[in-house]
Design a protein around this ligand. Structure first.
Ligand SMILES: *Cc1c(COP(=O)(O)O)cnc(C)c1O
Length: 394
């Protein structure tokens, strides 16, 4: 098999051809600035409004509660920094978890330097936030709880509805980084008591560099990009019209296919997991088995260095990842795997395969077959493995 097998959809996805087609006219004939008042731009403005409506529908939000941003990272930064600013008279304490994306964690670290107090909740061995810990962490000064809907590395889906209910009971705002979940699994901002939500185009077969933030009506936060009056004065900058149109088209397709895709991906995912567990010794599947994104496989192989495994997989045309794309290049093991209690040496041998609805069973089987050979080869070169086998045989 010489073709590319792409199993890194948690890092980014391919833009669907239908999405590209929908976007193209907005680069050429429909290039008007939607903020302009002449007729030439009017249609563009209407199309942006329709796109906003489509995207609001994905999470049961009102149109006027959707704000376009430059992506998931911007939305995460905005939610945290602007909440701290707007609610400083109420308090300066934020609660988050140890397994958030770096767009949240590094923002929190920056906020701590500004004097904000941050509680980083532990998670259990499957990556689930413990509700009792959350309740205990709440103080009179707590202004925000930010917990991701689903984890980008291990695929664990957090108890968002329970967390939202607790936030509401305590009069605390609740933000969720839903970048991995938006368009992939059902979300309803009212049922889940979500006050702010981050989503991104390029994780749902849309374009890169476009995202949104849902901000519930009544939440006071202001813009942190200053300039023009776009987005109801809350996010300046000329609209990324092709991006917005493409994001909405991708979301429309994602919602229409959601049930079918969840069923299909779950089947392929579980097939990969089962084969790995049955056919490769000394492995550990990371993340919750049930509360799990349909497209996520995350596994640690003992006595294996993740980077070597990825290079050998890449030689077979297989794109996977160890940890998140943002941390590859650094030799530190993933903060998520450490947070679920894995020792360094095991966390180092991790592999994330994130599939799509285009992943075939043949591709899945090819990947597992290659993986078996690679693991065997790497272990045969590992002195640690040799020692381990000797001890086992005593
Ligand atoms: C990809 C990702 C982000 C960042 O989104 P960008 O649009 O790439 O800035 C944030 N959070 C999670 C959970 C992600 O997976």
């Amino acid at each position: 098999m010489s073709k590319l097998i792409y199993m890194d959809n948690a890092a980014t996805t391919k833009v669907l051809p239908e999405v590209v087609d929908t976007m193209l006219p907005y680069f050429t004939e429909k290039y008007g600035n939607p903020s302009a008042i002449y007729t030439f731009a009017e249609q563009v403005s209407k199309d942006v409004a329709t796109a906003r409506e489509t995207l609001a529908g994905v999470i049961g939000a009102k149109v006027e509660e959707i704000y376009f941003t430059g992506g998931g990272s911007e939305s995460d930064n905005w939610a945290l920094k602007a909440t701290v600013e707007a609610y400083k008279n109420k308090g300066n304490h934020i609660i988050t978890s140890k397994i958030e994306h770096h767009a949240i964690l590094h923002t929190c670290a920056w906020l701590e330097k500004q004097g904000v107090e941050v509680t980083y909740l532990d998670v259990d061995e499957n990556g689930l936030v413990k509700i009792e810990d959350l309740k205990k962490a709440i103080k009179p000064t707590t202004i925000l709880i930010s917990i991701m809907t689903a984890n980008n590395e291990i695929g664990t889906i957090e108890p968002i509805k329970e967390i939202g209910a607790i936030a509401k009971e305590n009069g605390i705002l609740f933000h969720t980084d839903a970048v991995q979940a938006f368009g992939h699994i059902p979300i309803n901002v009212d049922e889940m008591n979500i006050d702010m939500l981050s989503a991104s185009g390029h994780k749902i077969n849309g374009p890169k560099g476009i995202g949104l933030m849902y901000i519930r009506k009544g939440v006071k936060i202001k813009s942190f990009i200053h300039g023009g009056a776009q987005e109801r004065n809350r996010r300046a900058g000329t609209h990324n019209v092709p991006g917005i149109i493409g994001f909405a088209k991708a979301a429309e397709i994602a919602v229409a296919k959601m049930d079918e895709r969840i069923a299909y991906e779950t089947k392929i995912r579980d097939h990969i997991i089962k084969r790995i567990e049955d056919e490769i010794p000394y492995v550990k599947i990371n993340g919750d088995r049930v509360k799990r994104l349909p497209n996520n496989v995350n596994v640690c192989f003992r006595f294996i260095e993740g980077e070597s495994m990825l290079i050998l997989l890449a030689q077979q045309g297989i794109c996977g990842s160890s940890g998140s794309a943002c941390t590859s290049g650094s030799l530190d093991p993933s903060h998520v795997l450490l947070a679920i209690g894995l020792p360094h040496e095991i966390a180092h041998g991790s592999l994330r395969l994130s599939i799509s609805d285009e992943t075939t069973k043949e591709e899945a089987d090819f990947v597992v077959d290659e993986l078996k050979k690679i693991i065997e080869r790497l272990r045969s070169m590992s002195p640690l493995y040799e020692d381990f086998v000797k001890k086992q045989n005593k």
